[in-house]
Design a protein around this ligand. Structure first.
Ligand code: LHQ
Length: 304
């Protein structure tokens, strides 16, 4: 597939052949849309079709007014091992060289002097797949929950961390795997990690590329919660259902205000809060929330 192709519309590596399991499972429980990465044989590593499908599924959830929260998780023992390093979009091609030529790369099991790697511009993959996906996630008009059911590496870790509330099973872990293969963090890792855990820990994670166990990730403030593995599905769904019953527009504006406040002076943050509060004050959910409080009944929030 060439850069600029419509993400998700073309077949490619990891695309499920007809009759095979889909690479993304989409289901709905009440007002919660559940998106499950489904390539367990490759630890749910992202292929280009899968990235496109995930983005389209988020677009669908955003457009569907019956959806009031999104829950993202993975099938099998991993959440996501990041970019599929076998995807033809990024995998270097190797050209045959005459014996004795110098080479710049090899294929496993091949004599070094007989092949040379022809690199590709892997930045295209970020421009056309990961950046739209990361921005879509951050601008969802409903809250997002990620249930990290196992290892989350590279772009898989940063997609997870891009969700509003991240809850992980105790056996899960986070790996900024980029430096292990000669890359820099992407998918928002530089922005997210510095905000979530500060420069020292962000550097430790990204330079060393070490595995951070879920419990420590919670202690560091990288994720919100860590639960026993067997409790993860129910705990994540309960969180998503709780969020789905809340005033969606206020939650989404809260996310936007918190993100923006990181770069604002106090007075500008105060004025942003006042501007948003004015808007909220005219909305149905505030009127309903206060009326329900005064009537001592459960509120019925509607705004999105
Ligand atoms: C995989 C992968 C994988 C393919 C496991 N691909 N098959 C953006 C722009 C452009 C270019 C590149 O990247 C990016 C963003 C990124 O995400 S860069 C980072 C890419 N990810 C990685 O480098 C992580 C690679 N994977 C691993 O280090 C390990 O698999 C982890 C630590 C995640 C898990 O280790 P184990 O639990 O020991 O599992 P395993 O290594 O045995 O993997 C199981 C299978 O999954 C295995 O296949 P096989 O056929 O041998 O059973 C792996 O080859 C496959 N797999 N990750 N990213």
């Amino acid at each position: 597939m060439h850069p600029g192709a419509d993400p998700g519309s073309s077949p490619g590596a990891g695309d499920a052949p007809s009759g095979a399991d889909p690479v993304l499972l989409v289901s709905q429980e009440g007002a919660v849309r559940v998106l499950t990465l489904n390539r367990p044989q490759a630890l749910n590593a992202f292929t280009t079709p899968m990235l496109g499908q995930l983005r389209h599924a988020l677009d669908d959830a955003a457009a569907d007014t019956t959806v009031r929260a999104v829950l993202v998780t993975g099938a099998g023992r991993a959440f996501c091992a990041g970019q599929d390093l076998n995807d033809p979009y990024i995998k270097p091609e190797f050209e045959e060289l005459p014996p004795g030529s110098s080479s710049t790369g090899t294929l496993a099991g091949q004599p070094e002097t007989h092949r040379r790697a022809k690199p590709k511009d892997i930045g295209h993959l970020l421009d056309h797949y990961y950046i739209p996906l990361a921005l879509r996630l951050r601008s969802m008009p409903v809250p997002t929950v990620c249930a990290v059911n196992g290892v989350a590496a590279g772009a898989g870790a940063n997609i997870a961390l891009g969700c509003d509330i991240v809850i992980a099973g105790r056996s899960a872990s986070f790996i900024q795997a980029f430096s292990r293969i000669g890359l820099v963090p992407d998918c928002g890792g530089t922005w997210l990690l510095t905000r979530l855990v500060g420069r020292a820990r962000a550097l430790q994670l990204t330079l060393l590329g070490d595995k951070l166990p879920a419990e420590q990730a919670q202690q560091w403030g990288l994720i919100a919660r860590c639960v026993a593995d067997e409790e993860l599905p129910a705990a994540a769904m309960a969180l998503a259902q709780q969020l789905a019953g809340m005033p969606t527009r206020a939650l989404v504006q809260t996310r936007a205000a918190l993100d923006e406040a990181m770069d604002l002076e106090l007075e500008d943050a105060l004025r942003l809060e006042a501007r948003l509060q004015s808007q909220m004050g005219f909305a149905h959910d505030y009127l309903e929330g206060t009326a329900a409080f005064l009537d001592k009944r459960k509120p019925n929030f509607k705004d999105r």
